[in-house]
Ligand binder design. Sequence first.
Ligand code: ARG
Length: 587
Amino acid sequence: MERLLKKLSSILEDKFEKHGYDKRYGMVTVSNRPELCQFQCNGALAAAKQYKKAPIQIANQIVEELKDVEEFEKVEAVNPGFINITLKDSFIVKYLSDMSEDKKLGCSEAENPLTIVVDYGGANVAKPLHVGHLRAAIIGESIKRISRFLGHNVIGDVHLGDWGLQIGMVISEVKRRNPELPYFDDNFTGEYPAEAPFTIDELEEIYPAASKLAKSDEAAMEEARKATFELQNGKTGYIALWKHILAVSVADLKKNYSKLNVEFDLWKGESDSQKYIGDMVKSLKEQGYTYESEGALVIDVAKEDDSYTVPPFILLKSDGATLYSTTDLATILERVKEYDPDQIIYVVDKRQGLHFEQVFRCAYKTKIAPEKLKLDFIGFGTMNGKDGKPFKTREGGVMRLQDLIKMIKDNVREKLKDSDSMDEAEREEIARIVGLAALKYGDLSNQITKDYVFDLDKFASFEGNTGPYIQYTVVRIKSILNKCQDLINKEELKLINPCSGVERDLMLKLSSFNEVVEKSFIDRTPNKICEYLYDTANLLNRFYHDNRIISEENQEKKVSWIKLISITKAVLETGLELLGLEVPERM
Ligand code: ARG
């Protein structure tokens, strides 16, 4: 469906054009003075400068043309040159009815669907998931869902950190503990065991122990580096061991991500780009992009007009080892070959901004990224504790994701305690769904780039701008609809003109759903969807407060109200789904 603002704009654009003005001045926006009008156009003010006329003169000219537009209830020119527009109720009702028939609630599917890779997990193999990975997962999942909803071909990739020093650390630690294992016997020619020599619990103990040792013991660090290097150069025993580390770790990661309701299409990682690296380096050398600097092989990516220093991109270290930058460049090559994407969106901690700036520049410069490919870095801020420092456990350690999820779930379960007849299993399920909403909405309602404070009580509250509040509003609607089931089965639900200001405001709000979704796709702003859902829920609750839907005697009114809250429910549920949240049956 055509967005309302687009439709209104094109009506005004025509009139501007007819009078010899640039048509872009006809742009219509939602009014910022809702007590005066619903929509406004400020184009006359801007056009006045270009055409050297009084703004009000232009506004009057345009308004004169708009008098007969059938959708408009009222249109007027107001000093110094605003054009104020109010729509006919019948038109709003028609728009909303059409929207309710549409399976995407008025959102248009892309005419030319893009292929978009969203790189958003970033978990590191052999290390537990911690809160640092939370934002990537939550934000990336939402961006993926929004893009897919609008008809794009979206591929979500977890892009595991599965090829770095942490693997070398684990390998050398396992060797220290069990030197007799065949992985460490250079003369071993048989088949390596099918079963991993450690469980996930052991693995999670092995890595921190190894990392601690390497920090204080230079020799241990050297061993870890050497193991990493040998692994990356294909030493068979290490590859076999690495496969075990990967399998054990990924099984656990899958469990954890699914607890977050986050699902990846691809479980690829840094290691998958390995097979492209040799040829890539060779070709970049041959094409003359590289030079040696302090032993390393680098590519210049600075530009003349840079306002900050962008150091050269490092392709290989002096010992020939590959780096994070190497695998990211090769991964672009891999993705171009395998998926030919139009966009790759990276949802990563904003502190990695410079890294991606270098990678992107290098990719374009070397034509590894074709011109049509848009590389887009979405850097998120940190989740802080109340002390303003990155969120920690009470003991000051790094909080594990599963512990954080449990903490929130416990908080919500407490709140559910005194409510009626729920059995244990139902309470658990509701606490899970609501707890997750508290966590995710608490994150997504912030601007992505900003740091925010994790405030459990605030996020899990059933009131205010929170996930549980929106869920609660949906649950409330469900309960009213249940009570009106007979009527719903009997009557064809038809909207009539609004009977009050709040009702009209709710209708207008619902009509702008496509506006919000399409804009948050373009701007990558799930927080705008949160804001919209909150406004909508508030209007619904005000409407509900003012009207006795269930006991309303006027049948036409009652039917229309039922329809209106059903549409509200659909919009809220769809919006929540785009954020990656579910709604319980009751709460
Ligand atoms: N594994 C990285 C980390 O934990 C994040 C990976 C982000 N994606 C990428 N293509 N570099 O910091």
